[in-house]
Unconditional design. Structure first.
Length: 116
């Protein structure tokens, strides 16, 4: 009987431990992000890797500080005049995510210009 109680106790402790680990995993997953996944959404308007084919400004190769300041301005309650959708899009990202996006695009070489 003592062996059975000991086995049940060990099983319960193991189950509780797994439950605690399982509950903490989503919290950890939410605290980290892959900037390339975030940047993929920018490609819809700003082109692959932030290299716009035209119409929208390219993000690739622009200074990190400039990009971060612009993104934070879009997120603010008073976005720059003439802002279209960026003020609504930027509000969906944390400050850390916007900073990571600015760094990401600043590290990509800009699109080569045609010299015809």
């Amino acid at each position: 009987m003592k062996t059975l109680i000991k086995q049940l106790s060990t099983g319960v402790v193991s189950a509780v431990g797994l439950l605690v680990l399982g509950l903490s995993a989503p919290a950890q997953a939410q605290s980290t992000f892959d900037v390339t996944v975030l940047a993929a959404a920018c490609a819809n308007c700003h082109g692959t890797d932030g290299r716009s084919p035209g119409g929208m400004p390219s993000l690739a190769g622009r200074p990190e500080a400039v990009l971060k300041a612009q993104l934070m301005a879009y997120k603010s309650d008073t976005p720059p005049a003439g802002t279209t959708v960026m003020n609504r899009l930027a509000k969906g990202y944390s400050d850390d995510e916007l900073a990571a996006l600015a760094k990401h695009f600043s590290q990509i070489k800009p699109q080569a210009t045609n010299k015809n």
